[in-house]
Write a protein that binds this ligand. Sequence first.
Ligand code: PLP
Length: 396
Amino acid sequence: MMNDEREPDMKFAKRMERLGTETAFEVLARAKALETQGKNIIHLEIGEPDFTTPRFVVEAAIDSLKRGRTHYTPASGIPPLREAIVRDVERRRGVKVKPSQVVVTPGAKPIMFFCILALVDDGEEVIYPNPGFPIYESVINFVGGKAVPLPLQESKDFRFDIKDLQSLVTDRTRMIIINTPQNPTGGILTREDIRAIAEIARRRKIWVLSDEMYKNIIFDAEHHSMLSEPGMPEQTILLDGFSKTFSMTGWRLGFGVMPELLAERVTQLMINSNSCTSTFTQDAGVAALDGPTEEVNAMVAEFKKRRDLVVAELNKIKNVSCIMPHGAFYVFPNVSKVPMGARELANHLLNEAGVAVLSGTAFGKYGEGYLRLSYANSVENLLEGIRRMKRVIEAL
Ligand code: PLP
């Protein structure tokens, strides 16, 4: 148990010992502290687009506030937004769902939290990608489930071996979590991968939590959704949101699409925790989904340009190699030949080079030997950051 000098007698519930965190926020805090001491820091740690929210989305929120839309909404979200989500799911995934299957939440993280909370009993197993978004493992452990890591392999373009998945499935497997395009590697799952997972899930009646947060940020590849697989809408939770696609991280707007009975339980969890998602934010969400796509397209094109540049520059650093990611806005360079562990190297780069990056281990044990860089930063800063990394790494 952590000893806190401020309140030595403070006692927390036992379950808090099982709750993890997201290192990105801690590294950001350390980087900011160095900045207040006058150090110049290049931020490559943050998982949010550096673009502003499209103007028409901002206007929709302002208009909503001016119209007095400042009160509670239904806990599962306003009907126009749930209907807009239904249209978007049909447009993007070719699947017909009903508004009663949609739950709107403040950001997409609550969908993860609520669905795992609602479905996973003590000791039940959840298979999750590793390296992967750290909140999966944290929440599985928190609710008393058993977190079973599924290794992603660089040699497979940061996908997993279907045989590994088969070998991890047991009678106690309750859920498989997938994420495509993926944080932290930028990898994507192919149609064959999705089909193979669906086949296992259907046969063994296992839930699939399909995290498709980055589905719009994808380059020279196609997005395949678990929801499009026959029979899978009955046992899939689609997780998506507005944070990345529309540069709306601070607005807190996300959603899940799931079978009706589960949607009712998740709504009950919303009633018990948030009551509802902010009203004017939801109004802005309708505008975002139904509005013009030029700004999102321009952002994705810019990310692609930066991806190409960052990968080329990282591969010029001695002992560093980086494969080409297909989506999201992260690269996951291999630094296993650098004579320093990934965590130590990330610290060293922050302190000695003024470059904030994350250790691959922040995303699980199979992240050892890697760093995660976000290229949600200007070309100028990206080039400067990598130049600093090269200087410090090649001096080791
Ligand atoms: N899923 C993945 C893979 C993410 O990277 C993130 C955010 O970093 C989320 C879900 C949650 O996003 P939000 O809660 O901002 O909607």
